[in-house]
Design a protein around this ligand. Structure first.
Ligand code: GDD
Ligand code: MN
Length: 384
């Protein structure tokens, strides 16, 4: 018997959806009675054994396949895994928690067959709604959508949707450029494949009945990184950009520390080291230290989140960071001296330009060298 390729492959990423999945599979059967289809459940070895329940159902239904991933994790990469083995001409992705309306699938298929490349199940389009969302979630979604539309030329009103369908060749064209980390797989497809013919279809977003959302704080951070990569990834590493932004906040912390130190009348100490220095205002090293610590923590939890130090290792990392910062100071001072004292920028024919130019180049040199040293030593397991 020859096998017939289905028209539609529905990809259901699951993580702890054991109560929702059986209900959804039943609903899908009804909704897709007129569409030739297969259903791919991609489960990341859920502790609640969603995969086992899915496999059980699949033994009685040839159109359902279950992929249980043991070593990989993550929503986007699960979706890609599903698409890699899907046999349909059209791929649809939806939450397995009953929040997306399966009844929209046949219209999504028709729309794609009518000449579109990608259809988005949209909460912002006519006939759609966000359902009962908490204010907080509404706000986060609004900010995320706003940022996406600011960074990327988007005509889609609900680019945060996790419910969409596309043609196989759109996947094949863009798959190797897609960032498999993160939540925003739709944005990746749109951002990496210019010129797609897209259409939104409204649907009513439903509340979760069972289980809980897997969206967490780190999702927000990963989202910002992904957005940056989509927009500027060709020119600049997002890790470096994050590192420099953290550095900029350090300047503020440093000044605040100094200000507070002075306001509280921090002592002046005679180091006896250098007469010309006079007694040292402790508020200066205080501001500096405060900035180092806050830079270190921000880099640990933002820039190098994936390989962040935990527990006592946080202290070990801080010691590396301190030493590298000292080295950076040395680099900055040396470069400045080298350029300024030797009059390298004298051609600019302005004392101020030559002085601040030397300063800026020294600062840039120290930033770059600190970045590479921190990346390779303080957070040495980091892989972009
Ligand atoms: N395999 C796998 N691995 N599945 C996952 C993982 C994972 O690491 N994380 C989440 N899932 C599954 C969930 O089980 C669910 O079926 C689906 O992916 C979406 O996860 P939810 O936890 O339900 O996310 P959400 O409802 O908060 O967010 C949804 O709505 C957003 C729009 O506001 C998602 O559809 C997002 O993509 C969407 O942006
Ligand atoms: Mn959901």
């Amino acid at each position: 018997m020859t096998r017939i390729r289905p028209t539609l492959s529905v990809i259901l990423p699951t993580y702890n959806e054991s109560s929702n999945l059986p209900i959804l599979l039943g609903k899908l059967k009804t909704a897709l009675s007129e569409v030739s289809h297969e259903i791919l459940v991609v489960d990341d070895n859920s502790p609640d054994r969603t995969w086992e329940i899915a496999e059980e159902i699949a033994t009685k239904d040839d159109s359902i396949r279950v992929i249980r991933r043991i070593t990989d994790r993550g929503l986007s990469s699960a979706v890609i895994t599903g698409m890699e083995v899907a046999e349909g001409e059209i791929f649809a992705v939806m939450d397995a928690d009953l929040q997306h309306d399966e009844a929209l699938l046949p219209r999504m298929v028709q729309t794609l067959q009518g000449g579109y490349d990608l259809v988005v199940g949209s909460r912002a389009e006519e006939g759609g709604s966000y359902g009962q969302w908490s204010r907080r979630r509404r706000f986060i979604s609004w900010v995320a959508t706003f940022l996406a539309r600011l960074f990327l030329p988007l005509e889609i009103k609900d680019p945060m949707s996790g419910f969409f369908a596309l043609k196989r060749d759109v996947f094949e064209k863009s798959a190797n450029r897609i960032n498999p980390r993160g939540f925003k797989i739709l944005l990746e497809f749109i951002g990496r494949t210019p010129g797609l013919k897209m259409r939104e279809l409204g649907y009513h977003f439903r509340n979760r009945q069972h289980g809980e959302t897997k969206l967490s704080g780190s999702v927000v951070r990963n989202y910002l990184v992904a957005l940056f990569d989509l927009r500027f990834g060709h020119y600049l590493s997002s890790t470096f950009a994050m590192y420099v932004s953290v550095g900029a906040t350090g300047i503020i912390v440093n000044s605040l520390g100094f200000y507070v130190g002075e306001a509280l009348d921090f002592p002046r100490v005679d180091t006896g080291l250098l007469d010309a220095l006079g007694p040292v205002h402790l508020s200066v090293p205080f501001g500096y230290q405060l900035a180092i610590i806050s830079n270190y923590l921000l880099n640990n939890y933002l820039t190098f989140f994936e390989v962040r130090h935990r527990g006592l290792d946080i202290l070990k990392g801080l010691i590396y960071f301190e030493l590298i910062s000292l080295l950076g100071l040395f680099v900055q001072v040396s470069v400045f001296q080298l350029l300024y004292t030797n009059g390298f920028l004298d051609a600019l024919e302005s004392e101020a330009l030559s002085k601040y130019g030397s300063y800026a180049i020294g600062l840039a040199a120290a930033t770059v060298s600190n970045y590479f040293l921190n990346k390779n030593f303080t957070w040495k397991d980091f892989r972009p």
